[in-house]
Design a protein around this ligand. Structure first.
Ligand SMILES: Nc1ncnc2c1ncn2[C@@H]1O[C@H](COP(=O)(O)OP(=O)(O)O)[C@@H](O)[C@H]1O
Ligand SMILES: [Mg+2]
Length: 283
């Protein structure tokens, strides 16, 4: 079931810079879609079209099969269902304290103080930052700011969560942590769409991948298929993920049973290697 669809979107920035050139993309409900592509390929511009921050020069966005509107009222309803976490959390945080900042979305939706408080507490808990509630936002680390910014969106309980380069600027630990949280949010039923230029990240979390180049989708499909397609990847100036190369090798060597899914994380590959080496010792 498609929840969001971009149909032939074209957008040119003031000054004449083309950013989207007849871009088509459909997003399935409940899935995790990674958008990959080189700098300037239109990833951020597309996300801004998917929650109505930008309006296409031509083409149409559909939400649940209905063409979206751009009246104030339509935009408010749309953004309640589709939340966007910007790449730079500093662009998103503005309140003095973490609690106040995360409250902003629910209050703006017209929720009362009690329900807002419940939602803020829940969002902080989901993001594992309950302990930061009373902190001033300007005294947070980059990774903490990112989690607070995402909590602000999660508190609105959107059906679709759009994230622009969610792990950029995070150290390894912070980004592993964020990924675990995103998996949890996805398991609770939220549709995830995130941009990245990290093919390994896309492989480890996404079900589907769309490759962008020059404002168009050059390939889209299941991540294990698209990320193994050298030709499609090279059109988007990308290399195949190392984990997928290892996983495919394992399949090729007969290490996986028929129909067994490919290992998607380093831990799964390490476990498989260990199992195989134990099997080999037994024989
Ligand atoms: N605010 C802006 N004003 C003018 N041009 C912009 C602006 N933002 C992005 N662009 C241009 O639009 C194109 C697509 O950019 P963007 O969507 O940010 O790409 P990506 O996120 O894939 O790196 C690029 O050529 C970029 O230079
Ligand atoms: Mg971008």
């Amino acid at each position: 079931m498609t929840i969001l669809k971009a149909d032939a979107l074209t957008y040119t920035f003031p000054g004449g810079v083309p950013a989207l050139s007849g871009l088509n993309l459909s997003i399935k409900r409940g899935r995790k879609l990674a958008i990959l592509g080189p700098n300037g390929s239109g990833k951020t511009t597309l996300l801004m079209h998917l929650n109505g921050t930008l309006r296409p020069s031509s083409g149409q966005v559909f939400l649940d099969g209905q063409p979206v509107g751009y009246s104030r009222r339509a935009l408010t309803a749309w953004r309640r269902r589709v939340g966007l976490a910007l790449q730079d959390a500093d662009d998103q945080l503005f309140a003095a304290s973490v609690f106040e900042d995360v409250s902003f979305g629910p209050l703006n939706m017209g929720l009362g103080d009690i329900e807002t408080k419940e939602r803020v507490i829940e969002a902080l808990r989901i993001m594992n930052i309950a302990d930061l509630a009373d902190r001033p936002t300007h005294m947070l680390s980059g990774g903490q700011k990112k989690r607070v910014a995402i909590a602000g969106i999660v508190a609105m309980r959107p059906e679709v969560l759009l994230l622009d380069e969610p792990t950029s600027g995070l150290d390894h630990h912070a980004s592993a942590h964020l990924l675990a949280v995103l998996r949890k949010i996805s398991e609770a039923g939220t549709t995830l769409v995130f941009t990245t230029h990290d093919v390994d990240l896309a492989y480890s979390i996404a079900d589907e991948v769309a490759l962008f180049n020059e404002g168009k989708v050059v390939a889209k499909g299941p991540s294990e298929k698209i990320l193994a397609d050298d030709e499609a990847l090279s059109r988007a100036h990308l290399n195949p993920p190392m984990l997928l190369q290892l996983a495919l090798k394992a399949r090729c060597l007969g290490w996986l049973g028929v129909g067994e899914s490919l290992p998607q994380t380093l831990q799964e590959i390490l476990d498989l290697m260990e199992r195989k080496s134990r099997d080999a010792l037994k024989h």
